[in-house]
Design a protein. Structure first.
Length: 572
């Protein structure tokens, strides 16, 4: 494996690209699932021959020459056993009330009219792979809408579907196929390879070729839906924007926890947003690429390898924020948490404001305490959209901004904020969300840093409200402090250097001159209470794993409200 991260962190990178596992419907009478007849495992995309099921090695792509050419573009580095395949097929069949499931390793093996969902693994199309899910009764002459979902960063189709058990697209097919509904084709995409962000011209052309292919095999390229999380959220936006004006039309976009400004993100500190260090490691195939002292480290921005432009402004111009006007007249839902270890809240809010300024109708959800995991509101809107679409009805998600809170951060149940403020930890997750709420105070700070390392500090909140923050050492000497009033951007952000003296620096915050509890963080002690916000500065730069452990969250994020037991207020 090319990564040094543990398995749980790899799953976080998947973003789980829309947790639609709740999608279930009565489709057909119960049938046993069917295994692929041509092998004992799931295909690894024709490496070295069609039907082989051994892991495909990651081809080392040298820094500086890899734009548009990435490892495992048309292969898969993850092997799947027959037992893993059969376990997932059985679970997927049960979720779909007994619908028959067939796993195939070659597109030529698909059959028209099958009373089953056919899963065709890793179909190579022009430099990317697509695991295509066909509806029961599929016919080549049909014109099904097509749902395309890019995977999270570094995640292959086999890793997402078979190892990660992300059956979201299979569940979507089941929902759209029940009773007299019209059906749907869906596809998992490896987004152009391991290191790719899926936003290079080569991958765009692969997406166009996929729609040409699916248009000849029962799909309607003029009725495309893009959905995904993390890297897949970014590809959902950019593939919908369709910079090369390829022959397909996107009608709806569901982008969860997406990057929206690739150039801006390339400038961020891997101390405050530690999982960006993993992206750097994967891109240059160097396990120490998170170190600022490393020539391959974050000071040497590799954005050109991902998007083809080396300067941040140029990369932002080729990002969702720079091409947002192309999202007009599409159903659009976006989401982000306040404690994401990849992407800052202020970057997402800037994109949200850009959409509003362009007059683009859209739905936005922000979840307090949420890490780099999917959000409930967006999941619900995908389900509602597919439910209506398959019945020949239109569905427009409720426009505006919605605020949720994570009851067990950073990846627990999420409820609308008004319900939480009314009922606390007993709030109903099904409570109706309310649009137009003021943005609560939220802060993003590093849990740790090496002396002199660059770190990002940001605070966000209601326009016109005041804020202050400071960090002091044990003797009360301030490392950094600021105060002000939130302007139209809703955030204040600065990149500064960590102190030159090792030690523990304790934070304090105010909003509207009222203190914010510094234990309103997603990191909890054994009693479930938030750990106080501190930045520990050491002589050597800490690794991403040192800062986040197994958590899909910032080392420290603080928010105005916190889903904790009342006793935690006095027992941090």
């Amino acid at each position: 494996m090319m990564y040094t991260m543990n398995r749980r962190t790899q799953i976080f990178l998947i973003g789980l690209c829309l947790s639609l596992c709740a999608l279930a419907a009565t489709i057909f009478p119960t049938h046993a699932q069917t295994a692929s007849p041509e092998s004992d495992g799931v295909i690894n995309t024709n490496f070295p021959n069609p039907g082989d099921t051994k892991p495909s090695p990651a081809i080392r792509i040298l820094p500086g020459v890899s734009y548009g050419s990435y490892s495992n573009m048309s292969t898969d580095p993850v092997a799947i056993s027959a037992a893993e395949r059969d376990t997932l097929l059985a679970a997927a069949s049960k979720t779909a009330s007994g619908i028959k499931m067939i796993s195939l390793n070659n597109w030529d093996a698909v059959q028209e009219g099958q009373p089953a969902i056919q899963i065709v693994n890793n179909v190579p199309i022009k430099g990317a792979t697509y695991t295509i899910v066909l509806p029961p009764g599929w016919k080549r002459s049909a014109h099904y809408p097509v749902l395309l979902s890019g995977n999270g960063a570094g995640v292959s189709n086999n890793a997402r579907l078979w190892k990660g058990s992300d059956t979201s697209l299979i569940n979507a097919i089941a929902l759209a196929s029940t009773r007299d509904r019209s059906g749907l084709i869906a596809a998992y995409s490896n987004a152009g390879g391991t290191e790719s962000q899926g936003v290079d011209d080569h991958t765009y052309k692969s997406v166009g070729a996929f729609f040409d292919f699916i248009g000849q095999n029962g799909g309607d390229p003029m009725h495309a839906i893009m959905a995904g999380g993390s890297r897949g959220g970014g590809t959902a936006l950019m593939w919908a924007i369709n910079p090369l004006d390829l022959n397909y039309k996107v009608v709806a976009v569901f982008a969860d926890i997406p990057p929206t400004a690739y150039g801006t993100l390339s400038q961020l500190s891997v101390l405050t947003y530690p999982n960006l260090g993993y992206i750097n490691e994967a891109l240059v195939h160097d396990p120490n690429a998170y170190l600022y002292s490393n020539p391959n480290g974050p000071s040497n921005s590799h954005i050109g390898l991902l998007i083809g432009v080396n300067d941040a402004a140029g990369a932002d111009a080729k990002s969702p924020i720079g091409m947002a006007e192309r999202l007009k007249d599409k159903v659009l839902v976006i989401g982000r948490g306040t404690h994401d270890p990849f992407f800052p809240l202020w970057e997402f809010l800037r994109f949200d404001d850009r959409l509003t300024a362009l007059g683009i109708t859209h739905s936005t959800v922000i979840t307090l305490g949420q890490g780099h995991v999917g959000n409930t509101f967006l999941e619900t809107q995908v389900r509602a959209y597919i439910d209506a679409l398959s019945q020949g009805k239109a569905y427009q998600p409720p426009p505006g901004r919605f605020i949720y809170i994570d009851l067990a951060p950073p990846e627990g149940p999420q409820v609308p904020l008004p319900a939480f403020l009314k009922d606390g930890l007993n709030a109903d997750p099904k409570a109706v969300p309310v649009a137009g709420l003021d943005l609560p105070f939220a802060a993003e700070i590093p849990a740790g840093a090496g002396v002199g390392n660059p770190v990002d500090i940001s605070v966000c909140g209601k326009i016109g409200s005041t804020y202050s923050y400071s960090a002091k050492d044990a003797a009360g000497k301030a490392w950094t402090s600021a105060a002000g009033t939130f302007d139209a951007t809703e955030c204040a952000h600065v990149q500064i250097k960590a102190p030159d003296v090792p030690g523990t620096y304790t934070w304090s915050f105010t909003s509207q001159d009222k203190p914010i509890a510094v234990t309103n963080t997603p990191l909890r002690n054994e009693g479930g209470c938030g750990l106080p916000a501190e930045t520990i500065v050491t002589t050597l730069q800490p690794s991403p794993a040192d800062l986040t452990g197994n958590q899909p969250t910032l080392g420290f994020g603080v928010d105005q409200y916190s889903a904790q037991e009342a006793s935690c207020a006095t027992s941090p």
